[in-house]
Design a protein around this ligand. Structure first.
Ligand code: FES
Ligand SMILES: [Fe+2]
Length: 447
């Protein structure tokens, strides 16, 4: 049975590891929601494409000859062969390996071998364009797609979360992806990653004790502007942004309003602040770590750290990651490292090193985290274990932060399960919505 309500502080373990529950999630969440598919810089030029998975279906995401971003089912409309086998590339057309039907990167069927000999004169090519993903939208460089013909506009779905995303995406101008995403198959359920990034400050001191001891966290040597400020002065806050989206920030209430973007060159701070609202400057320029999750499975972290040893400068790193569901017990983790377009080669190299070192596939944090998340999967195989619940009671009486002008509900608490409750509130809302039917979600490309 699927259960989790808006007031629940518990989620049944069966909801994570049950096959029926997984199928229902694919139907009611992943065929319905906006899902992240690519960063615009991955498909910057006409003809650029990447192949991705959208809610369990393989898709090609292209920038067509007119510069428009589109997404199609990666399956020939003749007899279903996989059309594009590469992860990325540039091509104006895709030719099927079976009988040779050829499609443009706008999804239209253009070429049919031996058309006159094999098919009737009435054969209508325009009826066999690729199955188009009905909605594709870009938000400040993040490309989202949805199989749901009735999907609300992306900005509406993001709600107050858009303000936080803009803080990350706009503060340093355009961001660019440093190559294609790193990918790894991991043995755990997608929700464990999403709920952790949504705001689990509680696990840091236990799970990540080693990086604390190694001094990779914020310290005054790396950030001279924090002279006299200690870790203890950091105030963690949890933000519930609605629609299942949530964030956590490690924030320093430093005096004054002068912008201080940790990990960016001080001579850029003023310029960086110009594109942001005052609240976004306060949030973004006084944080050492900002992370969150856009429901259902797009996580992000925006932080600063040393790039390797103590003698390297502190540098910013931004990572977006997707917890792609494979089945109830397995997910594919995809990681995108992003940097400001104006970073020179040396800054890019430092940022990438910090990114890989902290949150790369073999980074300090993911090594620690995955040990726990695979352990949860392993310990959830039996029916006795599955009959129990996971507990989300932390921070039930957390006070709202009334000083901050940040949108959504801002809680003046660091270690809380406020954000996980929001994620599962939305999850339960969609899982229990019997009115949503996803059949016919895709439609043929218009001629
Ligand atoms: S299956 Fe693609 S051309 Fe026949
Ligand atoms: Fe962690």
């Amino acid at each position: 049975m699927i259960r989790a309500t808006t007031t629940d502080t518990r989620v049944s373990r069966q909801s994570y590891w049950g096959d029926d529950e997984f199928r229902l999630e694919m139907e009611r969440i992943f065929r319905r929601c906006w899902l992240f598919v690519a960063h615009e810089s991955e498909i910057a030029e006409p003809g650029d494409y990447v192949t991705r998975n959208l809610g369990g279906e393989d898709v090609i995401v292209t920038r067509d000859e007119q510069g428009e971003i589109r997404a199609f089912l990666n399956s020939c409309t003749h007899r279903g062969t996989q059309l594009c086998r590469a992860d990325l590339g540039n091509s104006s057309h895709f030719r099927c390996s079976y009988h040779g039907w050829t499609f443009s990167n706008s999804g239209d069927l253009k070429g049919v071998p031996e058309r006159k000999q094999v098919f009737e004169p009435s054969f209508d090519k325009s009826a066999f364009g690729l199955v188009r993903v009905p909605h594709v939208e870009s938000f400040h460089g993040l490309v989202f797609a949805s199989w749901n013909p009735g999907a609300p506009p992306l900005a509406e779905e993001l709600g107050p979360a858009a303000w936080y995303l803009r803080g990350v995406l706009d503060k340093a101008g355009d961001l660019v992806a440093l190559g294609p995403p790193a990918r790894a198959r991991v043995r755990t359920n997608w929700k464990l990653g999403s709920e952790n990034f949504a705001g689990d400050g509680y696990h840091l001191a236990t799970t990540h004790q080693s990086p604390i001891e190694l001094g990779t966290y914020l310290n005054t040597e790396a950030f001279p502007q924090l002279e006299g400020v200690s870790m203890a002065d950091m105030r963690g806050r949890c933000v519930v942004a609605g629609n299942g989206h949530a964030f956590r920030v490690q924030h320093y209430d430093l005096p004054g309003t002068e912008p201080m973007f940790f990990g960016y060159p001080p001579d850029r701070w003023q310029e960086m602040a110009e594109g942001l609202e005052p609240g976004q400057i306060d949030l973004m320029s006084r944080q050492s770590v900002f992370h969150g999750n856009i429901f259902p499975n797009l996580s992000l972290i925006d932080a600063a750290s040393l790039s390797s040893g103590d003698d390297t400068p502190a540098v910013s790193y931004v990572q977006f990651r997707v917890w792609q569901p494979i089945d109830s017990m397995h997910s594919e983790l995809m990681l995108w490292a992003l940097v400001p377009r104006w970073y020179d080669d040396e800054q890019r190299a430092h940022s990438l090193r910090a990114n890989l070192r902290m949150v790369g596939l073999a980074g300090i944090f993911d090594t620690d985290d995955l040990q726990n998340w695979t352990s949860v999967a392993d310990m959830s195989r039996g029916s006795v274990a599955r009959a129990t619940d996971f507990v989300y009671e932390g921070g039930l009486s957390a006070p709202k932060d009334t000083e901050k002008t940040w949108p959504g509900d801002v809680y003046d608490i660091d270690h809380s399960e406020t954000n996980q409750r929001e994620l599962y509130r939305r999850w339960a809302e969609l899982m229990n919505d019997e009115t949503f039917a996803s059949t016919g979600a895709g439609r043929r490309a218009a001629r």
